[in-house]
Design a protein around this ligand. Structure first.
Ligand SMILES: *Cc1c(COP(=O)(O)O)cnc(C)c1O
Length: 381
């Protein structure tokens, strides 16, 4: 057996905690759709989705048919909505694996209709309207035209209508109610056109907490299930627990004299005699190169700064101020060690990005370890 150089720990207790917290906040009429695209935001789609299914979640959101097919293998009973673009070539996969597509164009609807007709069935779809996101979705201006055309497609059953916020996390509270009202209007127009909508949905994580009127009867939640806020200092903190920790083993530690330089480009020169720990994680694992001379890790419960450039497979950290650091010590890249903690939101701030990108970037070389329910709790007591 070999040792993992770097691994994430996925804590199912925290996932269950977040799920409970979120479901206690959503309208009693609404169900939760768990968004598990992008390998469950880097957490590992299969263990996360399986556990959420055990907790009673029946709707799951993926980005594309490849993710949908993969999820279908382990959750034969779940409803799986494909949120992103679907290429015409991938349409057969929707039928083979019973995936629900998001429809934003008549061409795509026509393709689905033709396929469904050949199979002598009606394909359930969710229509998406664009209420200001400017990405996928039917423009609200061409909605009536769209609805009258789609009514000719006998092999399509429109069971859902959805839209997506462009600014749910932004501080400007004035932005979100506008799409919400526009959407309300869209729902009425669709119903007036005779569509019996079974599912009406708009809210993502931030929308769930900030705009209760956006819950309708389904909410699509990703980030908050993972216990993350969009960025450091997000002003609605309501006790979510981060599900993911990212750790690595110290490779080796060596003595440096004043003036010696570290890593490519010699961007860091030590100013005093110190010790430097080499940690086998690099940008190939998703430890962003912009953390060069900027990131921090935890070793023996203390912060140690990343010195010099992040390389493909290694980073170097200054541990001159921490007694006794040696090869094999655990280094925490994201997570807690004693009291000090590094949150994904902190790393996002160092990188001038959002927590979503930080966790999604954790690469396939990083082993995913799942901490089963109950174990972490015992650990801490
Ligand atoms: C990714 C995604 C979500 C989830 O958003 P969070 O902010 O992570 O909750 C919801 N809806 C759509 C259409 C998405 O693509």
């Amino acid at each position: 057996m070999t040792m993992a150089h770097s691994w994430t720990q996925i804590n199912l207790d925290s996932l269950a905690w977040n799920h409970r917290l979120i479901t206690s906040r959503i309208s009693p009429k609404a169900q939760l759709l768990a968004v598990v695209k992008a390998n469950a935001y880097g957490h590992g789609m299969i263990p996360v989705a399986r556990h959420l299914f055990e907790l009673g979640v029946r709707w799951f959101g993926v980005a594309n048919v490849q993710e949908g097919r993969h999820l279908r293998e382990v959750l034969p009973q779940a409803s799986i909505l494909v949120l992103g673009c679907i290429l015409t070539d991938d349409v057969p996969v929707l039928f083979e694996h019973d995936l629900v597509p998001t429809v934003s164009s008549l061409d795509f609807a026509a393709e689905l209709n033709a396929r469904a007709e050949r199979r002598n069935m009606r394909k359930a779809v969710h229509l998406k309207v664009d209420t200001g996101m400017g990405r996928l979705g039917i423009s609200t201006g061409s909605l009536e035209e769209f609805l009258s055309q789609i009514s000719f497609f006998d092999h399509i059953r429109v069971e859902g209508l959805m839209s997506h916020f462009s600014s749910s996390a932004e501080d400007d509270l004035a932005i979100s109610p506008a799409p919400s009202r526009l959407y309300e209007n869209t729902v009425r127009r669709a119903e007036a056109a005779g569509l019996p909508l079974q599912w009406v949905h708009l809210a993502n994580s931030s929308g769930i907490f900030r705009l209760p009127q956006s819950h309708y009867n389904l909410v699509r939640c990703g980030l908050f299930l993972y216990g993350l806020y969009p960025e450091a200092g997000y002003r609605f903190n309501f006790g979510l627990k981060p599900v993911l920790e990212w750790k690595a083993k110290v490779g080796h530690v060596k003595e440096f004299q004043a003036g010696q330089t570290i890593s490519y480009g010699r961007t860091h020169a030590v100013t005093r005699a110190t010790r430097i720990a080499v940690i086998p994680v690099g940008y190939a694992d998703g430890y962003n190169r912009r953390l060069s001379n900027r990131g921090r890790v935890l070793i023996r419960g203390e912060f140690a700064p990343v010195v010099g450039r992040v390389t493909m497979d290694h980073i170097m950290v200054d541990v001159g101020h921490i007694a006794g650091v040696c090869g094999g010590d655990e280094a925490v890249l994201i997570g807690r060690q004693g009291q000090p903690v590094i949150r994904a939101e902190d790393m996002a701030q160092w990188l001038e990005t959002i927590s979503y990108e930080v966790v999604c970037a954790i690469g396939p070389r990083v082993e995913r370890r799942v901490v089963p329910i109950g174990v972490a709790r015992l650990d801490r007591e």
